[in-house]
Design a protein around this ligand. Structure first.
Ligand code: NDP
Length: 311
């Protein structure tokens, strides 16, 4: 039977996704009618992104699942018209992109690469040989699809990695902690801190002044998770006090980050414009097709969002 699939992400993404989705549906044996418009009551599945045209899900009475192209769902779960099962994006392409961004920025700070880039002035400055990765403790908050992959990549480079999550994990090579007491231990003495938590009421402002103070001297903070994880004023105060060495931020409370925001001009902050990673059409289409195949076969969907937990 033909499955009606509505593509309701931002219209300019249709050109990127149409062919990969059709290919993935054919490969999965799904007889799909994929379109950007349908009568709502005829739609079986919605491929969705919060910056797309759709905000009222109530007329989609036949829809079996909403399949998000985004990993972060804080902008979706507050929509009270969305009562259908909702899956978030877990995509190997997105994961690899995040591993590369996190690894690159970790190595930038670990090796003090900036000192040499900015010091090309004819003055020979011997003296600072970076420690080995084994002597640079790294902590990752969030051990989901992305935090786990980044933690494992850094472990493979020799960094001692501690990870923290809501529920206890066991990941070979990573010291896994959970709960409030676990957070204090995870932060204590960390020299590079990577934030890969989702934005939920429980994670809002999780990085307070007190928690920044637990980190090692001149620690570096990488935030590719969500802007609201950080108390912005506490971060700037810790950088100004010399307690933190640097922060590289990819995500912000307001995006695009306003031109007058203090982060832009701060000498110890690097801003990247929410480009740490993104969903990749080829691999993501395979994930979408697998979820629709499951739905049609009466099997449980993958990557369902738990609305009570907020992610
Ligand atoms: P997952 O849902 O797979 O993982 C989230 C992790 O955070 C889990 O380990 C979870 O714990 C943990 N967590 C959630 N709430 C708490 C809490 N209150 N206390 C402790 N741990 C908690 O998400 P992903 O790894 O796929 O993505 C993480 C985030 O990365 C996304 O939500 C999004 O905000 C961001 N992102 C940013 C991108 C960018 O380009 N900057 C691109 C894509 C995503 P548990 O395992 O116990 O459930």
């Amino acid at each position: 039977m033909t499955v009606n699939i509505l593509f309701a992400a931002k219209p300019d993404r249709w050109a990127d996704y149409e062919t990969p989705l059709r290919t993935a549906f054919a490969r999965a044996g799904i007889d799909a009618d994929l379109r950007t418009d349908f009568a709502p009551e005829e739609v079986d599945y919605i491929i969705y992104a919060p910056n797309g045209p759709l905000s009222d899900f109530s007329p989609y009475t036949r829809c079996k699942a909403v399949l998000s192209l985004w990993a972060g769902v804080e902008g979706i779960i507050t929509n009270t018209t969305l009562t259908q099962p909702m899956a978030r994006m877990v995509d190997t392409g997105l994961e690899r992109g995040m591993v590369e961004w996190v690894t690159g920025h970790t190595l930038r700070h670990h090796l003090s690469i900036d000192q040499h880039i900015h010091g090309q002035d004819g003055i020979w400055r011997p003296g600072h040989v970076p420690p080995l990765a084994a002597d640079r403790p790294v902590t990752v908050l969030g051990l989901g699809a992305l935090g786990r992959a980044c933690g494992l990549a850094l472990t493979s480079l020799g960094f001692p990695v501690t990870g923290w999550s809501r529920t206890q994990k066991s990941i070979p090579g990573i010291r896994c902690l959970a709960g409030d007491a676990g957070l204090t231990s995870a932060l204590s003495g960390a020299e590079i801190l990577i934030l890969l938590l989702p934005r939920t009421p429980a994670t809002d402002n999780i990085m307070t002044a007190e928690r920044f103070a637990l980190l090692g001297a001149e620690a570096c903070v990488l935030n590719p998770g969500r802007g609201a994880l950080i108390d912005d004023a506490a971060l700037i105060a810790a950088l100004d006090a010399g307690q933190l060495g640097h922060a590289t931020l990819d995500v912000f409370r307001v995006e695009p980050l306003p031109p007058a925001h203090a982060f832009w001009a701060h000498p110890k902050i690097t801003v990247t414009p929410h480009i740490a990673s993104e969903t990749r059409p080829d691999t993501a289409s395979t994930v979408i097709a697998e979820n629709i195949r499951r739905g049609e076969a009466g099997q449980p969907f993958l990557h369902l969002v738990n609305r009570a937990q907020g992610y």
